[in-house]
Write a protein that binds this ligand. Structure first.
Ligand SMILES: [Zn+2]
Length: 294
């Protein structure tokens, strides 16, 4: 079972008019100007999942400072979830400090969003410990929902989108928000590599995805995480369409992890967190029968 906890899709009206949407959000503009950047729709994602044997994905758009454009994308993701309830769950995008953000989070949670993300604190210039994020975190905690936050490593080569929010900010957020299931993207900017420290290892509500691993870390990173005893915290997050799932599967297979350990990263860990947000096949059959009865 392969589950991707971090895939980006956009509605066709944004994919077809990237330049004018880029003018409306500096962070999105930066993403569109990144070398080899691609922007694909939900239907593209489903086709690619089928081609590469991916069972389920947690999708999101790209947060905009303009909550109206975030809302457009959230509606699109919700629609995809309704079309493929056994395979697609979605996270709501918002800039937590933007006008209307909280109402949008509440609206999305009531539509069945499994949480909020990907949140870009560096890209949108807000503080993870600030008032907006506190309120978003509170809503998600109460709803039993999840947050997915972009953080990155603060060392190594530079690339567009690499910001200054790293493992320290992630750690502070995690400590401030016990009981909120939190996934830090891109290996939490390195936070899990501190797991030899008990206070980092003991962050029971915190998970990390491996988004962009093949561009950042050698496959041996997975054995290091195993040695630190936190493989149960690591999830596949492709950052679709940045890299193919096949590439992640290959890198994980070449890491030296045993098959069962590879499966934890490829889907079992994500299922523990996100399983409740997917409709089961049995429920699908039931509601199909219901529809025919109707
Ligand atoms: Zn991402």
């Amino acid at each position: 079972m392969i589950i991707d906890c971090h895939a980006h899709i956009l509605p066709p009206e944004i994919v077809g008019d990237l330049a004018s949407f880029a003018e409306r959000d500096p962070h999105f503009s930066l993403l569109t100007r990144t070398k080899n950047a691609r922007f694909l729709t939900g239907e593209d994602l489903i086709r690619d999942m089928d081609d590469q044997g991916v069972d389920r994905s947690i999708v999101c758009g790209f947060a905009f400072k303009d909550t109206g454009i975030s809302r457009l994308q959230n509606d699109y993701c919700a629609e995809l979830m309704r079309s493929y309830p056994e395979r697609i769950a979605f996270l709501a995008v918002i800039d937590p400090e933007a006008p209307g953000a909280l109402a949008e989070v509440e609206r999305c949670l009531s539509m069945g969003a499994c949480g909020v993300g990907e949140i870009f604190p560096a890209g949108h210039g807000f503080d993870l410990q600030g008032g907006g994020m506190k309120k978003v975190a509170g809503l998600c905690r109460e709803a039993g929902a999840v947050v997915l936050i972009h953080v990155n490593e603060l060392v190594g080569h530079c690339y567009p989108g690499k910001g200054d929010v790293g493992p320290l900010a992630a750690y502070r957020f995690a400590v401030d928000n016990p009981g909120l299931t939190t996934i830090f993207a891109h290996f939490g900017g390195g936070l899990p590599f501190y797991a030899a420290m008990p206070e980092v290892k003991d962050l029971g509500h915190v998970y990390y995805d491996n988004a962009a691993q093949p561009l950042l870390y050698r496959p041996s990173v997975y054995l290091a995480l195993k040695d630190l005893g936190i493989l149960d915290k690591i999830m596949l997050g492709s950052d679709y369409p940045l890299l193919t799932w096949t590439r992640y599967v290959k890198e994980i297979a070449s890491s030296g992890l045993r098959e069962g350990e590879q499966e934890m990263i490829l889907g079992r860990n994500a299922w523990i967190v996100f399983g409740k947000f997917f409709r089961s096949r049995a429920e699908g059959n039931r509601s199909q029968r219901q529809n025919t009865l109707d």
